[in-house]
Design a protein around this ligand. Structure first.
Ligand code: NAD
Ligand code: MG
Length: 384
């Protein structure tokens, strides 16, 4: 019997690569549902190609158009439609490849139903880490990361004895602006920021990689996935993106996970877990790579990593506020309404204004997300 897979965010960078992984699975994976934000045409095309009968679009107008153009199945609409898709699709496994905190609702729905979750949407863990992991534990659903560094750590830690791990290290490429001073970052353009040296990804995470906010989000992701305290999770800059993660052991040995950068590897790992499946990716030959280099993060030039760590340690709604402000600021930067250095400035000011509050239920998070978006939007507006 094939594993029944639901792909949320199927039209994006991770989503389309996941479809490629499914095509190479030799029938072990079967897609039973697909969703997108508003790009209905590619979504309908995917549904036709895969023979899928149920799709969802978060945007109601896009949903209406899809329903007009595609009559071979059901089109669910709006954030509630996404949740309905999760609950009603009969999936064994959901891949959440939605971008941003919009992914939290579907994450909660999946784990709440006790369905295994392959999670690319790291924002779910950043925003709702404690509640999300508690929910997985309560229902017994498996939570498998889809992120090169976390896949590395997940794989490295499988089978280690209890008490063996001393420290986790995730690598950062450093993004397109590695080596630049703060002053040199003032005038960078959107086009330059989108030119990532090693990975080809969606727009939001590419900007997060240029500001290093992506590593801040990933430190929180690692903390929630592995239960490791923040002071034992480090980031090191590694421009070649060959080493993805390291686990330092209590006896002084370190385990590293290596490979050419290709997200189909982490995607396939999560979709086939706990089995393994072959993939025709480029093989690593160290003599061809020659040199691997490492350097510390320049936190003066890239304050987003510091802001993320501070929010993580503050806890409560602070990571949710940080994430929402970041989404608003990145969007504004991509639209040409905010300079690059305005991104950390807007986030810092939003955090200062809203502070942190305890999280009692998911509703506190949705409320904090809304308030942070409003505050950050006002701050962006005030700067122009
Ligand atoms: P993307 O922008 O390429 O794709 C995002 C997908 O989500 C699209 O299908 C889009 O239609 C959908 N979407 C957008 N807004 C939505 C909304 N409000 N509601 C529902 N669906 C919505 O993004 P991506 O690069 O594929 O990244 C997806 C997630 O995976 C992000 O959380 C990112 O951090 C994470 N991730 C991506 C990569 C990568 O290589 N691209 C690597 C590691 C982690
Ligand atoms: Mg990553």
């Amino acid at each position: 019997m094939p594993r029944r897979l639901l792909i949320l965010g199927s039209t994006g960078s991770i989503g389309t690569q996941a479809i490629d992984v499914v095509a190479r699975s030799g029938g072990e994976l079967e897609v039973v549902g697909l969703s997108a934000g508003r790009s209905w045409e590619p979504l309908v095309e995917q549904a036709r190609a895969l023979g899928v009968r149920r799709i969802a679009l978060a945007d109601p107008d896009a949903g209406a158009r899809a329903a007009e153009a595609w009559t071979d199945g059901e089109v669910l609409v709006g954030p509630q439609g996404l949740v309905e898709l999760v609950v009603s699709s009969g999936a064994d496994l959901v891949l959440n490849a939605i971008v941003g905190s919009a992914g939290l609702g579907p994450t909660v729905a999946t784990l709440g139903e006790g369905i295994d979750l392959a999670l690319a949407n790291k924002e779910s863990l950043v925003v709702g880490g404690e509640l999300v992991t508690a929910l997985a534990e309560a229902t017994g659903a498996r939570l498998i990361p889809v992120d090169s560094e976390h896949t590395a750590l997940h794989q490295l830690m499988a089978g280690l004895p209890v008490g063996a791990v001393e420290r986790l290290v995730i690598t950062a490429s450093g993004g397109p602006f590695r080596g630049r001073s703060r002053a040199e970052l003032a005038g960078v353009t959107v086009e330059e920021a989108l030119r990532h040296p090693t990975w080809s990804m969606g727009g939001k995470i590419t900007i997060d990689s240029a500001t290093l906010m992506n590593k801040g989000l990933e430190v929180m992701e690692a903390h929630h996935l592995f239960g490791t305290p923040y002071e034992r999770i480090d980031v090191v800059v590694h421009p070649q993106s060959i080493v993805h993660g390291l686990v330092d052991l209590v006896d002084g040995a370190s385990l590293a996970h290596l490979g050419h950068p290709d997200m189909r590897i982490p995607i396939a790992y999560a979709l086939h877990h706990p089995e393994a499946a072959p993939l025709p990716t480029r093989r690593l030959r160290l003599e061809e790579v020659g040199r691997l280099t490492f350097e510390p993060v320049d936190v003066d030039a890239f304050p987003c990593l510091r802001l993320a760590r501070e929010a993580a340690v503050a806890g409560g709604t602070a990571p949710c506020v940080l994430n929402a402000a970041n989404e608003v600021a990145v969007h504004a930067f991509l639209d040409g309404r905010l300079p690059f250095l305005g991104i950390p400035a807007v986030i810092e000011e939003t955090l200062a204004r809203l502070g942190t509050e305890p999280v009692r239920a998911f509703e506190s998070l949705y409320e904090a997300d809304r308030r942070a978006r409003r505050a950050a939007a006002d701050l962006v507006e005030a700067r122009v």
